[in-house]
Design a protein around this ligand. Structure first.
Ligand code: EPU
Length: 421
């Protein structure tokens, strides 16, 4: 087990490239199960969630090669339609194999994911979508057993906007008989990229990027090559690292439009942002940190995956701010840890009320999930003295060697093996 030892208070400077997006790769990968052949996903990040998905796909018979961020997935000989508990419990995104397996093979047995570090994350919408398309679904001994001779196109309305359920339904509908219309569909960039890639495979999809997506099913799909987006949450996290340490850095990041909400909030908080072709420059050197409220909501709103990092930033703002999560009401396990570093934050319902303090002070803290650990690293960078962040396997799930990136920007952060848990 590793921990980070951070000597805080260093200014960051220089330029760093943002890695490929974890969450879009995690849906592009199972989408390859819909076809027969060699698929390539360029710009795939080397993070542990991606390796978990590779292991799961290999278990189903996919052959993989992963070199220099180029991931080849050969789906020519799928030998199993079963996603076992030991993989799914590690990563909820494993449920993405349900739609493709069911649509291509008429059968899928996928473990139920169980709980999550910040409360329930149901998959009822995924199952309802499959049922609407004619699948028989049974739950047996912790597994979803889904069967359908061939899925049929259907009208699917989601009560809640869900990235995962929209992705799963789109993948399944691509091979269904007839037309599927998904309303209140998710509009996140991960869905738009998935739709583009499914269309490259031969799917007939219109309306992606809007809340109404129409898919005309086809009989078969062919293998594709796709360039993954850069990670919008990593970009937001690194920008917030510069803001919290009052630094000036440049990010190599092309898809500026995907992080407008974060850029807007950062500017409101007093930093300067400059956009050029594939660069975002943030200059926080002379800024005082203004207290800015945010409400995490669906795209293009402020992302829930940036909520913890924003809370860390606001912990040293000039006044009080309220950070509300309208997507995951219990996603606040980082708060007690931030308070150990001297922050003054209280959780009231689904909001963190953050009273800005003059400074944070280093301490030993514990990661509880991916974004919570990112918030602790940001706080550690700004804190005086030494901060030790335990259980950093959480951060390695979704940030490609974040420590090396921060060190290249001038941070004093070391990865140290430890028996502490
Ligand atoms: N929901 C249901 N039923 C369902 C599915 C979702 O009630 O069947 C609810 C959820 O409980 C939540 C809301 O709908 O309140 C939205 O959840 P969504 O389905 O959109 O989330 P997801 O697809 O499971 C993805 C990301 C998450 C990110 C959320 C929200 C991946 C692999 N995961 O999850 O990323 O927080 O969208 O944007 O794409 C992370 O990267 O740290 C992470 C957790």
């Amino acid at each position: 087990m590793d921990k980070f030892v951070i000597n805080g208070g260093k200014k960051l400077k220089g330029r760093v490239a943002v890695s490929g997006a974890k969450n879009s790769a995690l849906v592009l990968m199972p989408a390859t199960l819909l076809n027969t052949g060699k698929n390539t996903i360029f710009n795939t990040p080397e993070v542990s969630d991606i390796f978990t998905m590779i292991t799961l796909l290999e278990q189903l018979g996919v052959k993989s090669k992963f070199h220099n961020h180029e991931l080849e997935l050969d789906t020519s000989s799928i030998t199993s339609q079963i996603a076992p508990y030991e993989h799914v419990k590690k990563m909820r995104a494993s449920v993405y194999v349900l739609g493709p397996l069911l649509a291509r093979f008429g059968f899928a047995k996928v473990s139920l994911p169980g709980g999550c570090a910040w409360g329930p994350r149901p998959i009822n919408l995924h199952l309802e979508a499959m049922k609407k398309m004619g699948a028989a679904i049974e739950l047996e001994e912790g597994y979803i057993i889904a069967k359908a001779e061939r899925l049929n196109g259907a009208r699917i309305h989601f009560d809640i906007s869900s990235v995962g359920a929209t992705g799963n339904a789109m993948m399944a509908a691509s091979l269904a008989k007839g037309t599927t219309i998904i309303t209140n569909a998710a509009v996140e960039p991960e869905i738009t990229l998935l739709a583009e890639n499914l269309m490259k495979m031969g799917a007939k999809i219109s309306g992606s990027g809007t809340t109404s997506i129409e898919i005309e099913g086809v009989d078969s799909l062919s293998a594709s090559s796709v360039h993954n987006n850069s990670d919008r949450i990593e970009a937001g996290t690194l920008l917030t690292a510069a803001a919290i340490t009052k630094s000036k850095i440049q990010l190599e990041y092309r898809e500026h439009g995907n992080i407008e909400s974060e850029l807007f909030k950062l500017e409101e908080s007093g930093v300067k942002i400059l956009l050029k072709d594939n660069i975002i420059e943030i200059d926080a050197i002379n800024s005082r940190i203004k207290n800015i409220d945010v409400t995490a909501s669906i795209y293009p709103g402020f992302p829930t995956d940036m909520q913890a990092q924003w809370t860390a930033y606001m912990s040293i703002a000039d006044g009080t701010s309220t950070i509300t999560d309208s997507i995951y009401h219990d996603r606040f396990s980082h708060i007690p840890e931030l308070n150990r570093l001297g922050a003054n934050i209280e959780v009231i319902n689904n909001s963190a009320v953050v009273k800005g303090v003059k400074e944070l002070k280093g301490a030993k803290v514990m990661s509880t999930d991916l974004r919570a650990s990112a918030s602790l690293v940001l706080a550690g960078l700004a804190a005086s003295g030494t901060t030790e962040v335990l259980r950093i396997y959480h951060i390695d799930r979704g940030y490609q060697r974040i420590d090396e990136k921060l060190v290249s920007l001038g941070a004093d952060i070391q990865r140290v093996a430890t028996s502490e848990y």
